[in-house]
Design a protein around this ligand. Sequence first.
Ligand SMILES: [Zn+2]
Ligand SMILES: [Zn+2]
Length: 201
Amino acid sequence: MFALNHRFLILFMICMIYLLFSVMLVYKEDGILSAVAQSTFLLFWSYVGHVAAHYISLVYPINKMNTHISIHHSETELPRILDLGSESVNNFFGFFCLYLFQELSGYKFLNLKLILYSAFLYIGVHIFYYSLTNTNYHKIHHEYEFYNYSPEIFDFIFNTRKNDEQYENIFVFYEAFPALISYYIVKQIFENNKGIVELKK
Ligand SMILES: [Zn+2]
Ligand SMILES: [Zn+2]
């Protein structure tokens, strides 16, 4: 029990690191409270979008159309780089669809900077941590697709964490470094394209 509580605290700390970078990106234009609310929503979206992607793909032909299932979760002949590339494109649209929804509905509640940051962060953690280091936590998700969706803290909260497995300790650097990189990429994009600021929120 102590080990699990300790792990939960580390996961909570990682979330705080993610939130910190989000707040740094938008607090000047949106305020701190809104920045925290938006990024909490986007973190939750990372989890719930992944869960939804698996459940809607129980139905044909969505399972074939959704490359997260038909490529990333399947045995294919594709080289690893193409598998991770297609998965990254898929992940990107998983977040960018929120921007498209906002544009089409006129109902804007998320800053484009945070949508992009969350997309890059998700892609970064999946490639940098889960795939390159082949962590057991994510490996289990590929073996049992209805467990270990990540972020792990939501698996704890919503009871989708496979608890009867052995997991290596969390390497905080691998979880936090993609956040730093994503923060700088978004900052660069908006600094190089000041005109894009019109599109925000
Ligand atoms: Zn994966
Ligand atoms: Zn999956």
